[in-house]
Design a protein around this ligand. Sequence first.
Ligand code: NAD
Ligand code: WQD
Length: 335
Amino acid sequence: MNILLTGGAGYIGSHTAVTLTEAGHQIVIFDNFCNSDKSVLDRLERILKKRLPLIDGDVRNTALIAQTLEKFQIDTVIHFAGLKAVGESVDRPIEYYANNVQGTISLLEAMSLVNVKSLVFSSSATVYGDPQYLPIDEEHPTSATNAYGRSKLHIEEMLKDVANSDREWKIICLRYFNPVGAHESGLIGEDPNGIPNNLVPYIAQVAIGNLEKLSVYGGDYPTLDGTGVRDYIHVMDLAEGHLAALNYLSTNPGWIAVNLGAGKGISVLEVLNEYEKASAKSIRYSIEKRRAGDIASCFAKVDKAKKILGWQTKRNVHDMCASGWLWQQYRKNLP
Ligand code: NAD
Ligand code: WQD
């Protein structure tokens, strides 16, 4: 199949590009590099021994998207492009709605113009808001606690309307839990700008010596060791989830949402411990007060992915930390 990856130069998109290419699909990357670097194309070439075609553009450029869909005879789009920092979305909501919601509208306009009606959307566990029960299944009520989450919810709802309006549309919303880790080569990985907000990129910076210590946000949660619990998923497992989603979509019209997680909660201290083992570094930390807006625990029920997509995770938290550490060491020498 010919597949367009919007935001394909980013963290999850680049790993998915590897998995899909290795499975025999023809990939085209569409990215405006607002949150990634063009050098990822060179590194993908090293992994794949093949140069992936790139369109440098913004998804809000409807004409350029339509032109790209036609030129490469695209069958399916995977829509990763978007802004994703929760705190930033609270400060700059207009930017988030413009990029995420308007960007998706533009993409849908282009797709319907040229009659490409198959779409995988990068959604998030954030659409469940504060969990009312665990593990979280796809029937859990949705809500949003910030502009980023609300942009994802708006998009999901919009996509539902589109699928209801025309039976030719095939749309799957993949609700990712906490993606971490890197490709086993260590040549691509997560590359956040500035001081990381997320746990594993922050730990990596402490391990490599760029940051002094990790602040563990809260030691008094009602969890096994008092620290926050999340469902961390290896980014290569996540990439394989997209491959499974494409297979599902090929025969299933309509709209569906599916959780992609490991289905298991891991605490902050457990992650820290695994990262210490993987990197053979001692990682300084202190227990601080809870971060505003955080919840104690969040993990997925993954039965639907198993049943409908025939997919489940294969890698464990050690694999996540070991691959992440490999990437971290490679990244420090990048210009
Ligand atoms: P990322 O920032 O690494 O990748 C996003 C890519 O999209 C970047 O390369 C960026 O340059 C590009 N982009 C952004 N706006 C664009 C636009 N208007 N036009 C063209 N390109 C644009 O993020 P990621 O972690 O790879 O996330 C991919 C998707 O998955 C996002 O939609 C994100 O919301 C979603 N998601 C991520 C996580 C996570 O923790 N990483 C969790 C759940 C959902
Ligand atoms: C994980 C755990 C923190 C940093 C966020 C978004 C979510 C999704 C993924 C896109 C928590 C603790 C963290 C640190 C810490 N993104 N922590 N010290 O908050 O589960 O999810 O990213 O859709 O929308 O909200 O991930 O990695 O920030 O935090 O103790 O310096 O690590 O309190 O328990 P989170 P995270």
